[in-house]
Design a protein around this ligand. Structure first.
Ligand code: OGA
Ligand code: MN
Length: 275
């Protein structure tokens, strides 16, 4: 059986003694699945997955689909494997804001997997925060107010990023309409409630203006991103790191320059309609 070691007290665990290149046994799959639901972020070090193997591993959790906005180049023959790359002349499209991947879609991915191929040593960390804890640590009064509220999630933020900045993001012509999702989301596997508001895609709350909503979105961002609610990952080449988009936000720290080569392969596992 694999081993498990929590990454810190906020969230995350490292799984050891497992080679994701081999076909996992039913027991191994159950171990990883249980760990994922308990710890939100899972780290596997020293892996070497080709795109087909990364797809196979991701499909244990859900179908691998391409990005609905076709934001990035993909590996030849693998439209579901996105290339997240930073290099001279072509800086990577930034992700230095708290977000949950593709939350603007009607059925956002349940989780995402990044496999680090090349990393600039000591730079380009990714932070994760625990959205169960964010929800549970709000006051009763705030939770009573937020429970039952909905928020609009809009992919226009991604279009603006790709089109207005010079980066490796592909030009986006059209964005599907925004979607309303519950502010407090029930995790379909654990049954726990998690705060599901991210400052990147959420524009406003249902039946409220953007100006009225902004102070609350800002407060929830600050509350979720408190230092003690974060695991900050320092990448090594060979890392496979997966996170639960239903119970975490993430933030890619942009403390490197285009000269610092960074290359990741990203897959996402399809999720269901938030409730
Ligand atoms: C992503 C993302 C973070 C990173 O691919 O969804 O946010 O550190 N990436 O590259
Ligand atoms: Mn992301």
């Amino acid at each position: 059986m694999p081993g498990i070691k929590p990454l810190n007290a906020a969230l995350g665990a490292q799984i050891t003694d497992i080679d994701l290149n081999t076909e996992l046994s039913a027991e191994q799959v159950q171990f990883v699945r249980d760990a994922f639901h308990e710890h939100i972020v899972l780290l596997f070090r020293g892996q070497d997955l080709d795109p087909a193997a990364q797809m196979r591993f991701t499909e244990i959790f859900g179908e691998v689909k391409g990005h609905p906005l076709k934001t990035r180049r993909t590996v030849d023959g693998f439209p579901g494997v996105l290339i997240i790359e930073n290099q001279p002349g072509k800086p990577g499209a930034r992700n230095d804001y708290w977000h949950s991947d593709i939350s603007h879609s009607p059925q956002p991915p349940l989780g995402s997997i990044l496999h680090a191929k090349v990393v600039p040593e000591g730079k380009g960390d990714t932070m994760f925060c625990n959205m169960y804890a964010a929800w549970e640590s709000l006051s009763d009064g705030m939770r009573d107010m937020l429970d039952g509220m909905k928020a609009w999630h809009d992919g226009a933020a991604t279009m603006a990023r790709n089109n207005n900045e010079q980066n490796d993001g592909l030009e986006i012509r059209e964005v599907p309409p925004p979607h309303l999702h519950p502010v407090a989301r029930t995790h379909p596997e654990t049954g726990r409630k998690a705060l599901f508001v991210n400052p990147h895609f959420v524009t406003h709350f249902e039946d409220m203006t953007a100006a009225e909503s902004r102070p609350l979105i800002d407060f929830l961002e600050k509350h979720s991103g408190r230092h003690e609610n974060i695991y900050r990952h320092s990448w090594r080449a060979g890392d496979v790191l997966m996170w639960d988009n239903r119970a975490a936000m993430h933030y890619a720290v942009l403390d490197y320059t285009p000269e610092d080569r960074r290359l990741m392969h990203r897959t996402t596992a399809a999720g269901d309609t938030p409730y």
